[in-house]
Write a protein that binds this ligand. Structure first.
Ligand SMILES: Cc1cc2nc3c(=O)[nH]c(=O)nc-3n(C[C@H](O)[C@H](O)[C@H](O)COP(=O)(O)OP(=O)(O)OC[C@H]3O[C@@H](n4cnc5c(N)ncnc54)[C@H](O)[C@@H]3O)c2cc1C
Length: 447
């Protein structure tokens, strides 16, 4: 087995797991993990909600991987702007793309572009302190609609009603705390197109909604429909049963009179965002009914809700990468088991993908591990037929980046920035406070 040097583009969990598995399974492999940000960890840092510190703990394991000698983090390098595939090829035996997803999927209903209508992903990037998003978020709406029935919808609803001071134990940056402090939202309405057995919440996230003493969770009885197919799903899958049970408990519970409420509306499909003077003024939904197959069909009955803001939480989508094949329908890199395919369905030699950009933006962090294992196994199987790179000096790429004026950061740089964030937190009894400004991130990374 010849020694190999591999580039991973995207330092989220998928890329880090790929680096980990590759260096364990292929003795002598070295890996450079590039990211467009000076901070690694992708959506674990910039997607997972700040009040989920237990999930964010995964970062400790990812950090151990990135600190290994055979793996090198190279931050602040944007694939597409700073480097292209043709720049990387001479230095690496293979390139693995793991660029995940950061943007909202579109929702094609009238009024979705009105002022006051937002994508959940943008809001998430704001409250998680992503450096490329505005520092301020308009939180003037008292009544808000969240469209979608997955965990991101729950994150958004929870973040919109949980008082700022309850968030002060978390790593939220100061601008987010100040923004949440003046948040006016009292009632957040979450809309799901189908019934309690079809909803995509996970039981833990759903139960957690009621953990804040300032929030009542109200499940409205209309649409709490359990048909034969639902009954079968409830019997077959424990998670479905737990979600349906939890929804029932919320439905039966007396509201405590808490100042904030999350309303869950089942079997209601948003059809139009209503506007007044160009701004969101309401939401029109169509009542649906289950059709016996687990899907919902229209009933022709409509309702409107007075809301001043709408968040669509209908999924994320990956973005195309320069000179890399992309499937615009499914928004993924076309691939077979992680081998990148061109338009003719042929493997583009030496190129691979993993994580959300490989299989679409679904699944938990843990799923990216098995995903990476498949990609790495195929990469290793191909090595004998993959041409070796021009350069075998591991530092040649860094010299190349410097010559091209790419202002990259290093693992030591991240360690310094990380220590700074922890020290900011320690000063006020918190675990960490995130640095948001990219220039500050860079200057801290340079020590
Ligand atoms: C709001 C939200 C909450 C979530 N909460 C949970 C949870 O509680 N528990 C759980 O298990 N899972 C959760 N997930 C899912 C989890 O975050 C994903 O499964 C996982 O992050 C996907 O990993 P990935 O590495 O494929 O992509 P990502 O995590 O998106 O990482 C991609 C990386 O690539 C980098 N990148 C992108 N483009 C470029 C480029 N052009 N050049 C260089 N680098 C680039 C990005 O900066 C990023 O660091 C959540 C997801 C979201 C959106």
């Amino acid at each position: 087995m010849r020694p190999i040097n591999v580039a991973v583009v995207g330092a989220g969990p998928a890329g880090i797991y790929a680096a980990d598995i590759l260096t364990k399974e292929y003795p002598g492999a070295t890996v450079d993990v590039f990211d467009r940000l000076p901070a690694p960890y992708g959506l674990v840092r910039y997607g997972v909600a700040p009040d989920h510190p237990r999930i964010k703990e995964i970062i400790k394991a990812l950090r151990r991987v990135l600190s290994r000698d055979e793996i090198r983090f190279v931050g602040n390098v944007d694939f597409g702007t700073d480097v292209k595939l043709s720049d990387l090829r001479p230095f690496y035996d293979a390139v693995i793309f793991s660029t995940g997803a950061i943007f909202d999927r579109d929702l094609d209903i009238p009024g979705i572009d009105l002022e006051g209508s937002y994508g959940a992903a943008d809001f998430v990037s704001w409250y998680d302190g992503h450096p490329d998003y505005p520092r301020e978020w308009p939180l003037t709406a008292k009544h808000v609609a969240v469209l979608g029935a997955g965990n991101v919808a729950l994150d958004v609803a929870r973040m919109l009603v949980k008082p700022a001071d309850e968030q002060l134990t978390t790593e939220i940056p100061d601008n987010v705390y100040q923004g949440l402090k003046v948040n006016q939202a009292t009632d957040v309405h979450v809309f799901a197109r189908r019934g309690p057995a079809q909803i995509k919440f996970t039981p833990m996230e759903l139960r957690e909604l009621s953990h804040s003493p300032s929030v009542d969770v109200i499940v409205h009885p209309e649409g709490f429909e359990i048909d034969e197919a639902s009954e079968k799903a409830i019997q077959a899958t424990k998670a479905v049963r737990l979600v349906a049970d939890t929804l029932l408990k919320y439905m039966e519970a007396e509201p405590t009179g808490a100042p904030h409420r999350i309303h869950i509306h089942l079997c209601q499909a948003p059809v139009e965002v209503l506007g007044e003077d160009g701004k969101v003024a309401g939401l029109k939904v169509e009542v649906t009914e289950l059709d016996g197959t687990g899907n919902a069909r229209s009933t022709g009955e409509f309702k409107t809700y007075d809301v001043e803001a709408v968040y669509r939480a209908v999924g994320y989508k990956s973005s195309p990468l320069a000179d890399v094949p992309f499937d615009d329908t499914d928004n993924v890199i076309p691939n077979a088991g992680g081998r990148v395919l061109d338009l003719d369905g042929e493997h583009v030699p030496g190129t691979y993908c993993t994580g959300w950009v490989k299989r679409g933006p679904v699944g938990l962090i843990g799923h990216t591990k098995s995903d990476a294992a498949e990609t790495v196994a195929n990469l290793i199987a191909d090595i004998d037929s993959t041409p070796a790179p021009e350069h075998d000096d591991r530092d040649a790429i860094l010299r190349h980046l410097t010559e091209r004026g790419v202002d990259f950061t290093s693992w030591d740089g991240w360690v310094a920035l990380d220590a700074h964030e922890v020290s900011l937190g320690e000063a006020v009894g918190r675990e960490r406070i995130k640095v948001v400004d990219r220039e500050e991130m860079l200057s801290r990374s340079r020590g």
